[in-house]
Design a protein around this ligand. Structure first.
Ligand code: SF4
Ligand code: SF4
Length: 142
């Protein structure tokens, strides 16, 4: 499974077209919309996580470009929402790099971002959805 976070810029004339639905219908991709905004001049910006086979992914990106959509690539990082973390420790069992670890004796769950490999294993493990993947920067998608 190939998965990436993309930043899509829709020109105003393309905003109302169902191009995102076509990614599922014609290219068998799944997507999660992380952010969507319509700017004052009616252009749209959408940040979405797109998953599927690499071949379908590349064909779909070409389809988006053919529709006039500017496609940018986003680097990703994992962040913890401190308000949501209840320090249950479940994520420490799956973290392969020790980025998430138990501090004793207070049993505080430490998150050392420098050790994080962005493998995403902690995301489905966390019942409170405290662990999140987020884009850090953008560059044009080749
Ligand atoms: S699984 Fe979620 S709530 Fe539990 S310690 Fe890890 S980040 Fe916090
Ligand atoms: S993304 Fe992977 S390496 Fe980073 S904290 Fe989560 S489980 Fe650990």
């Amino acid at each position: 499974m190939y998965s990436k976070i993309l930043i899509l810029h829709f020109p105003s004339r393309e905003v109302k077209k169902p191009v995102i639905c076509h990614l599922t219908k014609y290219y068998d991709l799944t997507f999660t919309i992380l952010k969507a905004t319509i700017l004052p001049r009616k252009e749209g910006i959408m940040v979405l996580e797109l998953s599927g086979t690499k071949k379908n992914f590349k064909t779909a990106v070409q389809y988006l470009k053919d529709q006039g959509v500017i496609v940018k690539n986003a680097s990703q990082e994992i962040n913890r929402d401190e308000k949501k973390c209840i320090h249950c420790g479940a994520c420490t069992a799956v973290c392969p790099t020790d980025a998430l670890s138990i501090s004793r004796p207070d049993m505080y769950i430490r998150f050392d971002k420098k050790k994080c490999s962005v493998c995403e294993l902690c995301i489905p493990t966390c019942l409170t959805r405290a662990m999140k993947i987020q884009p850090t920067s953008e560059s044009f998608f080749e």
